[in-house]
Design a binder for this molecule. Structure first.
Ligand code: MN
Length: 747
């Protein structure tokens, strides 16, 4: 190439510029129907007219691009609609042409393909750099929008030609497009078995992404192959001679492994170029499968095969339908060669993959039934594409249906505000989207914002929509209607679960209420009031016994009479202590004792003021043995307080000396006390039974659990004859495990 041509970019990236006549030479041999040929020509003329005032960045008339795309498609033996779409793929996006124009001129089939291509074009995947897409997302979007393998073919051809002419773009765009191609397009080309496009794309991308490594590998390959040229020719000649002799039909070509595949082996797998057996491969193409195995036999008799290198892809085709026999051998001079042996048909499939299969669908040489059978058989490549778990055994029809609904038709691709792609079945709504993000987002959804606009939850989402879910902690949550709105099975199942959970909660509240009431009734019969009952029941001992986590659970169980409240009462051993704290009875008794008439008063008041009524104060509940003082209340008499009672301690004028009589009648006096203890099972029962052993009756019992500290505070009125007994009682109570303080209460 001349120096000046290198500087000025070569037209069409240095590739031959094809004409429409060149194209005809490629497709006329296999597209023979005059109507099909006419349609292709019409598409060419239509596109040429529409793009006539446009030029490519590299300077050629724009039509050169669609023409090259159509040419690439024809070399893949694509059908007429595909080639026509190749011509028309940019007219809707880049000119004033509408899809309706395309449909009017070229029919629905071509219009659909061009429509999909236009939509993909508008998505401009590689320009969405502000959003960090996963390569897999790109593939999903692309496949979801493609819907028809012919769309993919045109898009691949379009991308290939753009890569060939990439030199006209700036280095950043070159790298971005190359990277995207390797992440999105070449894996698709590989899976569709379109080897020619895949390897050309890979080499072009490598050239832009790793120019130095690319050049280094190219130099190494040239060095090795030049060096081995003679050896190669002699191997080829020897094999050819034997095949002629044995009358086996064949043609032979040799190829150098693609630069990109060498790059992967050297730079990603760490092989040295000398370790790579198949830099040079000799391909032998013959007529029948039987011939393939015969040729393999000849090669293995002539050269020593390398163990482990023989692969029978005829018996076991690759998922993309690739078939061939592969073997590597050592030639007489110690050089290694890979042989690939296949039939013409296998070769065609290996080079053009699904593109070749599609030919039959379009060309109409088969009757409808035959055509359907053919497509179904040829679509095995898709097994690798879609996870078809559990469906492999299905009929071809089911397989096609699943394929269509799962991949080509079904999906819409919706973006989160952060740019993550969520794929959903066609017809999905923001509810499906919400539940796909998180169950909580779904359950708390109150509305959606799609492309910046508030929309109802039953809005149908489209590919490319940016969806945001409005949530609220106070959201009313799922209702029956949501089951109609949601499209995906998983959202429906979450909604059903939420509805069931809510029903269960309502039911539980009722059961707790009714179980608790039956417990209250049963415990009251035993003299235990609600508050104490709750305290007794809400202990680890009881809850563990009945395998409940909460008291509510126990009430639910008691509601079902399993256990009955009676059984729980027995378990607590409450009946035995019934007499010990028969509250009502003792309450009456203590009320009688609080007021004492002066005539049999236990108190002697100074100065013999005996005409006044003397009463024991309610605030400090003095008992015999306490140091006491009288307080004169106008018109009411004298109230006896403990001398250190805070209510009288600062009084000076209205106090009067008082003391307990010497020989008191046998009686008990109420004293309010507080017991502080660390909570444990059976604590209250132990406190009460301790009091019972001293025949001390209890009234006004209150139990409080301080949950933060797990401390119990029992407030009660005990009835004791005097301060000495009270003191002994305190000592006994302090001996109860868990109790850390016992005090008299002053109100
Ligand atoms: Mn294009």
């Amino acid at each position: 190439m001349a120096e000046e041509a290198k500087k000025a970019l070569p037209p069409n990236g240095g590739y031959p510029m094809h004409t429409y006549e060149d194209l005809k030479e490629v497709f006329y041999p296999y597209i023979k129907n005059p109507a099909d040929r006419q349609m292709i020509e019409k598409a060419y003329l239509f596109a040429a007219e529409k793009h006539k005032d446009q030029k490519r960045r590299s300077g050629e008339p724009y039509i050169q691009h669609p023409l090259e795309v159509a040419y690439i498609l024809a070399t893949l033996q694509s059908g007429p609609a595909t080639i026509a779409s190749g011509f028309l793929h940019d007219v809707v996006e880049d000119t004033d042409t509408t899809i309706e124009d395309i449909e009017k001129n070229f029919g629905e089939d071509v219009a659909k393909i061009v429509d999909s291509l236009t939509k993909i074009q508008r998505l401009k995947l590689s320009k969405r750099t502000e959003v960090d897409f996963e390569a897999e997302d790109h593939r999903k979007i692309f496949l979801g929008m493609a819907k028809d393998v012919r769309v993919i073919l045109v898009k691949l051809a379009d991308r290939l030609h753009n890569l060939r002419t990439l030199a006209s773009l700036n280095p950043d765009r070159q790298k971005a497009l190359s990277k995207e191609t390797l992440e999105v397009f070449t894996p698709i080309a590989h899976r569709l078995g379109i080897n020619t496009i895949q390897s050309e794309m890979e080499d072009l991308c490598l050239k832009y992404l790793e120019p130095e490594k690319y050049q280094r590998i190219l130099d190494l390959v040239n060095e090795r192959t030049t060096h081995r040229k003679q050896s190669l020719e002699s191997v080829k000649k020897r094999v050819a001679d034997i095949l002629f002799e044995q009358n086996i039909p064949f043609r032979m070509e040799s190829r150098v492994k693609s630069i990109y595949s060498l790059y992967r082996k050297m730079y990603q797998k760490g092989h040295s170029i000398d370790d790579i057996f198949d830099i040079l491969a000799i391909r032998i193409i013959t007529e029948t499968e039987r011939n393939c195995y015969e040729i393999l036999g000849v090669i293995h008799q002539t050269y020593k095969p390398i163990p482990g290198r023989f692969k029978d892809y005829i018996a076991m085709p690759k998922p993309n339908l690739y078939q061939s026999l592969h073997t590597s051998v050592v030639a007489g001079d110690g050089q290694t060669y890979e042989f690939q042996i296949r039939t013409e048909e296998m070769d065609r499939v290996a080079e053009t993959g699904v593109a070749a299969h599609w030919k039959y669908k379009e060309s109409g040489h088969y009757n409808a039934k035959e055509e359907q059978r053919e497509i179904e058989e040829q679509l095995h490549w898709f097994r690798d594409f879609v996870s078809m778990s559990g469906q492999q055994e299905g009929s071809a029809k089911e397989y096609m249906d699943a394929l269509t609904s799962d991949v080509f038709e079904a999906n819409v691709y919706v973006f989160t505000p952060m740019g993550k792609v969520i794929d959903l079945p066609n017809g999905s709504t923001p509810l499906d989207f919400a539940y796909r993000i998180h169950t909580r987002v779904g359950d708390q959804a109150i509305g959606a914002v799609v492309n910046g606009m508030g929309v109802p939850l039953n809005t149908v989402l489209k590919t490319g929509d940016i969806c945001e879910i409005r949530t609220s902690k106070n959201a009313p949550g799922p209702n029956e209607g949501w089951l109609e709105i949601a499209k995906t099975a998983s959202a429906k199942s979450h909604i059903r679960k939420a509805l069931q959970k809510r029903d269960a909660e309502i039911l539980k509240v009722e059961r707790v209420k009714s179980g608790k009431q039956s417990a209250i009734d049963a415990f009251r019969m035993q003299g235990v009031e609600e508050e104490e009952m709750e305290h007794l029941l809400n202990s680890p001992k009881v809850l563990n016994e009945y395998h409940c986590e909460t008291l509510d659970d126990l009430y639910v169980m008691m509601n079902a009479k399993n256990p009955t409240p009676g059984a729980v009462i027995d378990f607590l051993g409450i009946k035995r202590r019934k007499a010990t704290f028969d509250m009502e009875k003792m309450q009456k008794a203590s009320n009688k004792q609080t007021k004492i008439k002066t005539d049999n008063s236990p108190i002697e008041v100074a100065g013999g003021v005996s005409h006044l009524a003397v009463a024991l104060s309610q605030c400090c509940t003095p008992i015999p043995g306490d140091d006491i003082v009288g307080y004169i209340t106008k018109g009411k008499g004298i109230t006896i307080h403990r001398r250190n009672c805070p209510n009288v301690i600062h009084e000076t004028k209205r106090l009067i000396d008082a003391k307990w009589r010497e020989n008191l009648p046998i009686a008990t006096y109420p004293v309010d006390i507080e017991i502080y203890a660390n909570d444990r099972a059976n604590l209250l029962a132990d406190v009460l039974s301790t009091l019972a052993t001293k025949n001390i009756s209890v009234t006004e019992l209150k139990a409080k659990l301080i949950t933060q500290t797990m401390n119990d505070v029992f407030t009660m009125t005990v009835h004791v004859p005097d301060a000495k007994v009270l003191e002994d009682t305190f000592a006994l109570l302090m001996g109860v495990k868990g109790v850390y303080s016992v005090e008299r209460v002053v109100h």
